[in-house]
Ligand binder design. Structure first.
Ligand SMILES: C[S@@+](CC[C@H](N)C(=O)[O-])C[C@H]1O[C@@H](n2cnc3c(N)ncnc32)[C@H](O)[C@@H]1O
Length: 373
C-alpha cells in the first residue's frame, strides 16, 4: 500500500474498503459480542491483521470498544471494566508511523464521545507476516482480518517457462487465456496460504476465541470467470499499451504476475473444513459497485463512467503502486494509471461491474476434540 496521507496514499483512497467494513459490521459485532459474553475476560486481547494505515485501521478498535461498552451496560455489570489490548499488525513496510501519528487524534475523539463510559484500552503495532506466527500460544481472544487475505504470501511458484518468461504471457493475473497450469498455481498458493494462516491463528487463539475474515471473492466457481479478471485484465491492457509505445520493456511485463487471488466461497470453505480447526459461525457474500462513490443500484451503466474509472484507478494504484514501481520504475506511474482509468471507464459503460465481498466468522474448535480425533 502507498503510505502517508498524500493524494495517492491508501489512507486517501480506501473508501471501497471502508464500505466493505460497514457491510460486514453486523457479523463483526456478533463475533466480538460472542467472545465477550462467553469469556468475560478481565484482559481482552484483540488483533487486527493487515491493518494498513488510514482511518480504516481504527474501525475494529471502535467496534470492540462500542460492543463491549454496550454489553456491559445492558448486562448491568458492576465489576471493573475489562482492559483491552489491541494489536495492529501489518507487513514491516506498512506506514506504522502514520498510524501512530493519527492515534492521538483518534484517542481524543473517542474520549470526547464516550467520556467515563470508555473501556480502557492500549494499542501496540506488530510488524510481520500473518502467514507466520505473530503471538504466543492461546494469547488472543479475537482476530480480525479485512481486505488482506487476497494478498498471497508470494507470486505462485511454477509460472515460469524454461526461458524465464511467464506461462501467463503478458497477463498479470488469471484471465480466459491463462493456461490451466497458471490457474492451478494460483489456486494452490491460495490454499497453502489460507491453511497456514488458519493454523497460526488456531495456535494463537484462546479457548472459545474467534476470527472474522473478509476479503474480495469470486461468485463464479470457474477461476477464469471472476470479476477480478477484468480489474487486473484492464491494468494488463494498459501495461501492454506502454510496451507497444516503448515506455516499458516487454521482458519486464512477461515476468510480472500479481501475488493476489480472489477465491470462490467453495474454495475457502474447502480449506476451512479440510483443516478442521474452526467451526463456521457465519458466511455471507455482499456485492458493491467497483466505484465505492457510486451508490446507485442501476446495473445498466455507471453513473458517470469517467469519474468511476478515475475512482477505481485511484484505489487500485494505492494498493499496487509499490509492486508496479519495483518492476517498471516510477516514471510510468501517472501515465499507466491514467490509461487504466480510461480502460475501466470504457468497461463500466459496457458492463457495470461489482466486487463480491466475503465475510466469514470462525470459532476455534476445542483443542481436546482435535487431539481426541
Ligand atoms: C487492502 S489493505 C486492508 C487494510 C484494512 N484492513 C482495511 O480493511 O482497510 C490490505 C493490507 O494487508 C496487508 N498485508 C498483505 N499481506 C500481508 C501479510 N502477509 N501479513 C500482514 N499484512 C499483510 C497489506 O500490507 C495491506 O496493508
Amino acid at each position: 500500500m502507498v503510505g502517508g496521507a498524500g493524494e495517492t496514499s491508501y489512507a486517501s483512497n480506501s473508501k471501497f474498503q471502508e464500505k466493505a467494513l460497514l457491510m460486514t459490521k453486523p457479523v463483526l459485532d456478533d463475533a466480538i459480542g460472542g467472545v465477550y459474553k462467553s469469556l468475560h475476560p478481565a484482559k481482552m486481547v484483540v488483533a487486527d491483521l493487515g491493518c494498513s494505515s488510514g482511518s480504516n485501521t481504527f474501525v475494529v478498535m471502535s467496534e470492540v470498544l462500542d460492543v463491549v461498552g454496550d454489553l456491559r451496560r445492558s448486562l448491568q455489570e458492576r465489576q471493573e471494566p475489562p482492559e483491552i489490548q489491541f494489536f495492529l499488525n501489518d507487513l514491516p513496510g506498512n506506514d506504522f508511523n502514520h498510524v501512530f501519528r493519527c492515534l492521538g487524534e483518534y484517542k481524543r475523539k473517542v474520549e470526547q464521545e464516550k467520556g467515563n463510559l470508555l473501556v480502557p484500552y492500549y494499542v501496540v503495532g506488530v510488524p510481520g507476516s500473518f502467514y507466520g506466527r505473530l503471538f504466543p500460544r492461546r494469547s488472543v481472544h479475537f482476530f480480525h482480518c479485512s481486505g488482506s487475505l487476497n494478498w498471497l504470501s508470494q507470486v505462485p511458484q511454477g509460472l515460469d517457462t524454461e526461458r524465464g518468461a511467464s506461462l501467463n504471457n503478458t497477463n498479470i493475473y488469471i484471465t480466459e487465456t491463462s493456461p490451466p497450469e497458471v490457474v492451478k498455481a494460483y489456486q494452490r498458493q491460495f490454499q497453502r496460504d489460507l491453511s497456514e494462516f488458519l493454523r497460526c491463528r488456531y495456535a494463537e487463539l484462546s479457548y472459545e476465541g474467534r476470527l472474522v475474515i473478509s476479503f474480495g471473492g469470486r461468485k463464479s466457481n470457474c477461476p477464469t470467470y471472476g470479476q477480478m479478471r477484468h480489474l487486473w485484465g484492464l491494468l494488463a491492457e494498459a501495461l501492454n499499451a506502454l510496451v507497444l509505445e516503448g515506455m516499458i520493456e516487454e521482458d519486464k511485463l512477461v515476468t510480472f504476475n500479481l501475488p493476489r487471488y480472489a477465491p470462490s466461497m467453495e474454495e475457502v470453505k474447502a480449506v476451512i473444513h479440510g483443516d478442521g480447526l474452526f467451526d463456521v459461525e457465519e458466511a455471507q457474500v455482499f456485492e458493491a459497485n467497483w466505484d465505492a462513490f457510486d451508490d446507485s443500484d442501476d446495473d445498466s451503466a455507471a453513473f458517470d463512467s469517467d469519474l468511476s474509472g478515475k475512482n477505481v484507478s485511484k484505489y487500485v494504484r494505492a494498493a499496487v503502486q509499490p509492486l508496479i514501481s519495483e518492476q517498471f520504475g516510477d516514471a510510468i506511474l501517472d501515465e499507466l494509471f491514467a490509461r487504466y482509468a480510461a480502460n475501466v471507464s470504457r468497461h463500466l459503460l459496457q458492463q457495470k461491474t461489482k466486487h463480491s465481498v466475503f465475510v466469514i466468522s470462525l470459532k476455534k474448535k476445542n483443542e481436546s476434540h482435535l487431539t481426541a480425533g
